[in-house]
Design a protein around this ligand. Structure first.
Ligand code: AMP
Ligand code: MG
Length: 395
């Protein structure tokens, strides 16, 4: 049997970072920057008021209370400004440019709020409530480095330096296809022998949680010809494909039957539990990676976390190593088959313990849904007493 590490290494050696594209701001969320972003101008571009209030000369605010004539009104966006002479005040709003002559802004809360004249009853320091040009970013300064994932705040600064497009690796587009003649769309009625298709929803959601775009292409039954047809349809728009089911040792294994003859996808046994049968390879001229995951719901999800998620990270231009593990003390005994690495479902608590959930079968989706971690038991360990320190992967 192939080791988990060897299988992941082969996958990571095959998948490549997606080529960078000029992405519109609206498309850039979750993409990975492939250029350095810098600001062409200082930010803020000009000295402006941090508060609603009055622009004054601070030296005028003595012998309190002081009464000053209000000679102008400056809103954000104004540009024809009257200078503030000695003994004058200008009403000013947050974000408005500070007029020449003024060296401080008195917040409206320190005044009577007058519009013709204003009474000020507190002293003000020079520079008060003024945001200086370049205080956030200097002209030419780099604001985001290559390799940064664009989240909401990063998108904000890209727009904030005036860019409409950015060179970035897009989120990989991943098509998810489930196989199985027994599958029915959730919401429909079950006939005898049928179950609702859960894997395509789990895997599409897992793709999105991994920062990629998931498209659920539905179920294709157990006919290899239908699967090939569906793959043909989706290959043009996919950066990767995930299938579920149809890769084991039985009959009616449509993924294995359809893809084995192509010679570009290998079906192997990986020394793990759950998730022993795995298929991986590439399809078509563009060598689109395909992950043929086992059908049992826990197996397909665990396989996604161990193999597909790191591959998607690499495709995004991020480090694509194995999932990070932490250590915890297991609250009860564990069993694991010899020669296979187990990923048992558990609940990791804040006190540094992890409790195995009830129901460790690879079909037990409810138990998986109650877990927040995978407890890793190495290949050469078959029994773990309660209280032992174990490796844990957070889900
Ligand atoms: P297979 O790998 O196709 O032999 O399927 C293994 C087990 O997983 C069978 O019990 C299937 O009914 C179940 N299974 C396969 N695909 C799905 C799916 N999309 N949703 C839920 N269960 C599935
Ligand atoms: Mg099947």
């Amino acid at each position: 049997m192939k080791s988990v590490d060897a299988h992941l290494a082969e996958i990571l050696a095959t998948v490549r970072p997606l080529a960078p594209l000029e992405l519109e701001l609206e498309q850039a969320l979750g993409a990975t920057l492939a250029e350095e972003v810098s600001s062409p101008v200082p930010l803020p571009p000009f000295d402006n008021s941090a508060m609603d209030g009055y622009a004054v000369r601070s030296a005028d605010i003595t012998d309190l209370p002081v009464r000053l004539p209000v000679i102008d009104d400056v809103a954000a966006g104004s540009h024809e400004l009257r200078a503030v002479g000695p003994g004058h005040a200008v009403r000013i709003m947050t974000g408005a440019p500070v007029p020449a002559g003024a060296d401080a802004v008195v917040p409206v809360e320190w005044t009577d709020g007058g519009t013709v004249s204003v009474t000020i009853d507190r002293p003000v320091q020079e520079g008060n409530a003024i945001r200086r040009a370049g205080e956030d970013v200097q002209a030419g300064e780099v604001v985001l480095k290559t390799g940064t994932v664009i989240g909401a705040a990063q998108l904000g600064i890209i727009a904030g330096v005036g860019r409409r497009r950015v060179l970035a690796r897009p989120r990989p587009r991943v098509v998810v296809i489930s196989t199985g003649a027994e599958l029915v769309e959730p919401g429909g009625q079950l006939a005898p022998g049928q179950i609702w298709d859960s894997n395509s929803f789990t895997l599409t959601a897992a793709v999105r949680e991994a920062g990629a775009e998931g498209f659920r292409a539905g179920s294709v039954g157990d006919d290899p010809a239908v699967l090939l047809d569906r793959l043909d349809t989706h290959l043009v728009r996919a950066d990767a494909i995930i299938t579920s089911g149809g890769v084991s040792m039985g009959a009616y294994e449509p993924v294995k039957e359809a893809l084995s003859p192509l010679g570009t996808v290998r079906f192997e046994k990986v020394a793990m539990q759950p998730g022993m049968p795995q298929g991986f390879g590439v399809l078509g001229e563009d060598e689109v990676p395909i992950f043929a995951l086992p059908g049992n719901p826990v197996s397909s999800y665990v396989s996604f976390m161990l193999f597909v998620r790191p591959a998607l990270a690499k495709m995004r231009g991020l480090p694509g190593g194995p999932p990070e593990a932490v250590t915890a003390y297991v609250t009860g005994p564990l069993r694991s088959p010899a020669g296979r690495r187990s990923y048992l479902r558990g609940v990791l608590a804040s006190d540094g313990t992890v409790s195995p959930v009830h129901g460790q079968g690879s079909h037990q989706l409810a138990a998986l849904a109650s877990a927040n971690a995978l407890i890793v038991v190495p290949e050469d360990v078959t029994e773990v007493p309660g209280g032992t320190e174990v490796e844990v992967i957070r889900l």
